[in-house]
Design a protein around this ligand. Structure first.
Ligand SMILES: [Zn+2]
Ligand SMILES: [Zn+2]
Length: 226
């Protein structure tokens, strides 16, 4: 089998341990696997940014913006946004390599247990793409990530217009209109799923809508902390 990322052949050296217990066939070569760096060390309890602060400055700003109560309980992310991860995500997301996304399955489902096991009756909502983006990319990476999790999923968010977020400044983004519409009310805690947490704006737009509609708590689970 070849590595899904660099396409080198994966060679498993036989020793006594894996002769007796053959390892699961790997999707990535050791070299690529090594470069997928898990977030480690102290992180912001709210957004998973690596920092010594309990709550980082950005999150304190969000809290003030929402009059003292952040609409997002917390975000948990798995990987750092290294240049290797940037390339991997670009191949997967923008160049439509659906299969490549399967390399995240094990870690994404394992860390979910660690971060969200205590939340009862939670429902997963993947962040939707606009129809325009979905046509370009052929699949929604957030939905693929959600498919790795065994909890109930509901696709009840949709986009009002195309996402041109990255072209706006941070302030414009914060104060811009909510790009989502909620199609159904929900009284369960919600865990939003997306590939990356960058400024947290998109996730908070979704969280605000859900909270206003009666959701008791909204969390987010992202593959990468940008
Ligand atoms: Zn490789
Ligand atoms: Zn933070």
């Amino acid at each position: 089998m070849n590595c899904l990322c660099c396409h080198e052949e994966i060679i498993i050296e036989l020793d006594w341990a894996n002769f007796l217990f053959p390892p699961k066939s790997s999707k990535l070569c050791d070299n690529c696997k090594r470069q997928m760096t898990l977030l480690h060390g102290n992180r912001c309890n709210r957004c998973s940014r690596v920092t010594e602060d309990k709550i980082c400055d950005d999150c304190l700003r969000w809290q003030r913006y929402y009059d003292g109560v952040d609409v997002l309980e917390y975000n948990y992310s798995v990987y750092t946004y290294s240049s290797f991860m940037q390339d991997l995500i670009a191949k997967w997301k923008y160049r439509g390599d659906y299969e490549l996304g399967t390399v995240f399955e094990d870690s994404y489902s394992t860390f979910f247990q660690k971060a969200f096991a205590s939340i009862k009756d939670a429902v997963i909502i993947p962040i939707p793409l606009s129809m325009e983006r979905l046509h370009e990319r052929c699949f929604n990476q957030a939905e693929m990530l959600a498919s790795f999790l065994s909890l109930k999923k509901m696709n009840i968010l949709s986009r009002t217009h195309g996402e041109k977020q990255s072209k706006k400044s941070r302030n414009e983004r914060i104060y811009s209109e909510n790009p989502f519409i909620l199609q159904e009310k929900l009284n369960n805690p919600v865990i939003l799923v997306d590939d990356i947490y960058t400024t947290g704006t998109t996730l908070r737009h979704a969280a605000k809508l859900l909270k206003d509609a009666g959701c008791p708590e909204v969390y987010s689970y992202t593959l990468i902390r940008g």
